[in-house]
Write a protein that binds this ligand. Sequence first.
Ligand code: MN
Length: 233
Amino acid sequence: MNYAVPPAAVHTLAIAGSEERFPVNRIFCVGRNYAAHAREMGRDPDREKPFFFMKPANATVQAGAGEVTIPYPPKTANFHHEIELVAFIGKGGANIPVEQALEHVYGYAVGLDMTRRDIQLEARDKGRPWEFGKSFAQSAPIGPIARVDDVGHLSEGAISVTVNGAPRQHSDISKLIWSVAESIAYLSEYETLEPGDVIMTGTPEGVNAVVPGDVMVGEVAGLAPITVRVVGA
Ligand code: MN
């Protein structure tokens, strides 16, 4: 194969206890999936159908216990953290029944859906796509993936992020409005899921801004924590 221009790199994430890497395909993100976060965004947390937006594969940044850095992105003055449980698709499929959805999950990790909140809210209020608020390079630091074969499925447990040691977001993944299985089933009605797809399951309340120099520590009970420093461009 001769490419006319250099092909895009394959972005991969580490897998705990394995030398293999997880190749990132598409990243689907669930919007407003905790009631208290829906309220803080000025929306009714009634169980409306889930909705999704996407990030490019080059949003991923390998994070972990050791500190990694992400750049403060251009064109924002309100760069927000959203701590999330991340699920990884190992087996593809369409129209997946809820009862079988977890069979498609390869593993889980801790992630941050970093957001240019000012751009996102302006787009939202004008009825425009959220793209520039959500979908940009290095906007998704994600920790090592814990395999379902090793840790099973996660349905409850603390989820939190601190900034410079101070609590910012703290909730429990049992408060997800749409569970991982329900999100996979619903999404697979619209789009055939493929191995390598990633689902960021949504963030609890307490989203807030970070500035260059800030250090975020994100945790989900049972998974490896991540430490991410924001640095000036
Ligand atoms: Mn999010």
